[in-house]
Write a protein that binds this ligand. Structure first.
Ligand SMILES: [Zn+2]
Length: 123
């Protein structure tokens, strides 16, 4: 059965962010961005913590189970150096009858074979 990945890639979950959630390294900052968005959709706190730089990782993620993520759009991405990159994206959400969107520019850093999220600026 075709289970589309929540990140909107058009691939199956197992062939997309599911691989990263199981431990495969993100090959670039966009792949990590997608996998983290997908982890938010699935409430996968373990992956969110693992893919967060140690110095900025919050002690408590406190995901809100009532908030559903409904779409990801990567607006732009920019490599800053061999080991740092930025991704600008919009994510939409729903919470009961309320809907909203957030736009953030996120910073990522290469660590070992993969990438981690460092921090971001909301618009
Ligand atoms: Zn995906």
């Amino acid at each position: 059965m075709f289970h589309p990945c929540e990140c909107g890639s058009g691939k199956t979950y197992a062939g997309c962010c599911g691989r990263l959630h199981l431990g495969a390294p993100a090959r670039d900052e966009q792949a990590l961005m997608r996998a983290r968005y997908c982890a938010f959709c699935r409430g996968d706190e373990a992956y969110l913590r693992r893919s967060w730089a140690a110095e900025t990782r919050p002690a408590d993620l406190s995901l809100d189970p009532a908030q559903t993520w409904t779409g990801l759009t990567i607006l732009s991405h920019e490599t800053e150096g061999p080991d740092t990159a930025r991704v600008r994206f919009t994510a939409t959400w729903r919470r009961g009858a309320r809907k909203g969107r957030l736009t953030e520019t996120s910073r990522f850093r290469r660590e070992g074979p993969g990438w981690v999220y460092v921090d971001g600026d909301l618009d």
